[in-house]
Design a binder for this molecule. Structure first.
Ligand SMILES: [Zn+2]
Length: 747
């Protein structure tokens, strides 16, 4: 009696293994073979039991240009590029689409939309626990809203091309999309941007043809080209046509499509030719009008020989403003507008981003083909990865792009090991590039649930509150932010967020993978804590009550424990881990408080260490110095500039009001070895710096420490001078060593 159910189960098990079959065309093309392989592999992980579609089981999938697809008029050459169809007919399911991507896209849409599988990055994916799956009859189709969807990859690895196919990016910046991934929509040589210098490198042409180059401060120099020069235009066209011909020939043999776009655009700097002709043209048409006139002339000629080729140019820096005087881009010109001005933490529809929205909405009147170059990452020393909740605004952004006639998007979102909430933002970007009208809040919900499991409510609450605070306090995070841009996250917010993360970590404490993800979500906040509360400084005295609730040493410990391991998952693992470890080492003082110097031991003061000093243009070098009580010093080579000669100056500069608030000079050093130099008294403004030496290259910013602002302090700097510049009996090179700066509360 007891054996019967077991036998029945075993019998049923062998039957359900046959609940689907996968068929392709007789001789599948490489991308069809890839689609079949992916469907096979993922269904094997996803289905345990029975797959039923529209009441039928077993079902047969027909992937690519199959006989069944032909009968239903769903062959790749009769459909538009990137269009995809999922269609069930009785117990058969067609997965196919247009061009070289359609079959792949249909397959991936089936896996994502119906099987619940997601791809978060090159190293992480989500496959629901294997089970039976019952689906209604299938009849879905689509085509990406933007014809060009590309994302910059800084460290390319073997999985990048595969990931791009899975998430339906069709560009190939930094990644080679081979035939099995259907190739890519791509820019031809020499490069996808800033090609002026590729076509006319200064080292080859400046001497023989100075007139091709921009006139800057009265001299023809490397910078940009002089695009009003007629001879240059002729030569540029010649090179461009040769280039197109050569690259088309190179592709012919491979059977893959030739590049569709060739870039002709300014170099990556803000110089503008100041010759009379260029200046006059700018006056009439705006800088962008002048550049478009040049690009149009080339494009019209290219069209005669290559009617399907587009010429792409950048609306970047001074060219971001649309042209005047009725200038329009030719029909085969693509204008790629760069977003270098917006507050990334806010929606494009908020008043603070009106400048960019206006530029965007004007451009659509001047260019039939409008692409965008945008960012969801911020740059600048140690700024990448500090928290800002841009995810809540991507829906607005991508919809606005689509409504304003944008047809292609290039996205800069590199540094997955470091950028803030990379996986969440990446997921949204790729989904919305394909369809900006998806419910973005629902996408965030999906991500949170699948990615963080039981910790999802806490992580989501952190992100919601981050956005609320930014809005309340007018936080502004531009692409190169300064550290005080993150002041909207004040001490109370840090306390609140830390509490949420404690709950989040505890909710997933038994799941290593989820726990590591929560730790990584916390990374930006922990870095903010270390940078603000202990990055190169400490406080000696009756610390503020709130400061005591923010455990800097714990933030430092979390970063050390979790961040390098996270970085090691990505291509270039050792380099990335090293980069991260070096950054953490900057926070060393977060846990190591030096004893007060003897002379100040009964005073209250802020103590700044050399690893946090501003070292503009690497004027100094951070070195180990056993003669310093700090153990380290910023050493400036005093022979490098007259500014380091005596007298030695120090004081305080108000950056916001551009005013010197304190300045004390010394005709000679106090003594050999380290000594304290007073810089006078200062009432600390919102944004200012202690400066040391007359060059001002070495300084200490104070604006990020809120408890300092508005109060009066005495400035002290510890410095050591060596070499003949300072001492008649010394020889060799001269140096100034700075190992400590103090802001001491008045007695
Ligand atoms: Zn010029």
């Amino acid at each position: 009696m007891k054996l019967m159910p077991l036998l029945t189960l075993a019998f049923a098990g062998s039957l359900v293994a046959q609940s689907y079959f996968i068929k392709g065309p007789e001789s599948p093309k490489p991308y069809e073979a890839m689609a079949i392989k992916e469907l096979t592999d993922y269904l094997a992980k996803r289905i345990d039991g029975k797959l039923t579609v529209g009441g039928a089981s077993p079902v047969t999938f027909h992937v690519g240009d199959t006989e069944l697809a032909a009968r239903h008029l769903l062959l790749s050459d009769s459909l538009l590029d990137d269009e995809w169809h999922i269609k069930s007919i009785g117990d058969n399911v067609i997965l196919n689409g247009g061009g070289t991507h359609g079959a792949l896209y249909a397959t991936y849409h089936f896996l994502e939309d119906y099987c619940g599988i997601h791809w978060w990055s090159v190293v992480e994916e989500y496959v629901p626990a294997a089970s039976s799956l019952t689906l209604d009859a299938l009849d879905a189709s689509g085509r990406p809203a933007f014809i060009y969807r590309d994302m910059y990859v800084a460290q390319s690895g073997p999985n990048h091309a595969q990931l791009r196919a899975r998430i339906r990016l069709n560009g190939s910046d930094g990644v080679k999309m081979k035939a099995e991934f259907g190739g890519s929509f791509r820019y031809g040589p020499p490069s996808a941007s800033h090609t002026f210098e590729r076509y006319f490198p200064a080292k080859t042409y400046l001497e023989s043809h100075p007139e091709y180059f921009s006139l800057l401060d009265g001299k023809r120099r490397d910078g940009q080209l002089c695009v009003t020069n007629k001879e240059l235009r002729k030569e540029f066209l010649k090179k461009l046509l040769e280039n197109i011909e050569k690259s088309h020939k190179a592709v012919e043999a491979t059977g893959m499509p030739a590049p569709q776009i060739y870039d002709v655009s300014m170099n990556d700097n803000r110089s503008r030719c100041q010759c009379d002709e260029c200046k006059a043209a700018e006056e009439m048409y705006n800088p962008s009008g002048l550049y478009l006139d040049f690009v149009n002339e080339l494009a019209v000629e290219v069209k005669k020989k290559y009617p399907n080729v587009f010429i792409s140019t950048l609306a970047y820096y001074y060219n971001e403003q649309p042209p005047n005087g009725g200038v329009k881009a030719a029909d085969n010109v693509i204008v790629r507008l760069c977003d270098t001005q917006t507050n990334q933490a806010a929606s494009i529809l908020e008043p603070c981003n009106k400048v960019y929205l206006d530029i965007l909405s004007q451009w659509k009147k001047h260019a039939k083909n409008l692409f965008i170059w945008d960012y969801s990452i911020v740059y600048g020393k140690n700024m990448t990865g500090l928290p800002f909740a841009s995810e809540w605004h991507y829906g607005d952004l991508f919809r606005t792009y689509h409504e304003n006639n944008v047809s292609g998007i290039f996205w800069e979102h590199e540094e997955p090991h470091m950028a803030d909430m990379y996986e969440l933002k990446f997921f949204l970007e790729t989904k919305l590039m394909e369809n900006p009208y998806l419910d973005d809040k629902q996408l965030i919900e999906t991500f949170m649930t699948c990615y963080y499991g039981p910790a999802a409510p806490y992580v989501k609450q952190y992100r919601l509150r981050l956005n609320e605070l930014r809005k309340e306090r007018n936080g502004r995070v531009v692409w190169f932010p300064i550290f005080s841009a993150f002041n909207y996250i004040d001490d109370n917010a840090i306390v609140e967020f830390n509490a949420l993360f404690e709950k989040a970590e505890s909710a997933v404490k038994d799941d290593k993978t989820l726990w590591a993800r929560v730790r990584h979500a916390r990374c930006g906040l922990d870095r903010l804590i270390c940078m603000r509360k202990g990055y190169g400084w400490s406080y000696h005295g009756p610390a503020l009550a709130l400061d005591n609730k923010i455990d800097v040493a714990a933030a430092y410990r979390r970063l050390s424990e979790s961040w390098p391991a996270w970085a090691r998952q990505f291509p270039g693992e050792e380099t990335l881990a090293k980069q991260v470890t070096e950054m953490i080492s900057l926070f060393d003082n977060a846990q190591r408080k030096l004893p007060p110097p003897e002379v100040f031991k009964n005073r209250n003061f802020y103590d700044f260490y050399p690893n946090g000093f501003v070292n503009y243009r690497n004027a100094g070098k951070l070195i180990d110095d056993p003669t310093s009580p700090v153990g380290k010093a910023l050493r400036v080579n005093a022979d490098a500039s007259d500014y380091y000669k005596l007298p030695f100056a120090l004081g305080y500069y108000d950056n916001g009001n551009k005013k010197t608030l304190a300045n004390v000079s010394y005709q000679r050093p106090h003594k050999k070895g380290y000594a304290w130099y007073s810089g006078g008294k200062v009432r600390i403004p919102h944004d200012g710096s202690i400066f040391v030496t007359r060059s001002w290259y070495v300084s200490q910013k104070t604006g990020s420490i809120n408890s300092l602002i508005g109060k009066e302090y005495e400035i002290y700097v510890s410095a050591k001078f060596t070499g003949p510049l300072y001492w008649a009996d010394e020889q060799g090179e001269s140096y100034i060593y700075i190992d400590r700066m103090l802001l001491v509360e008045p007695e």
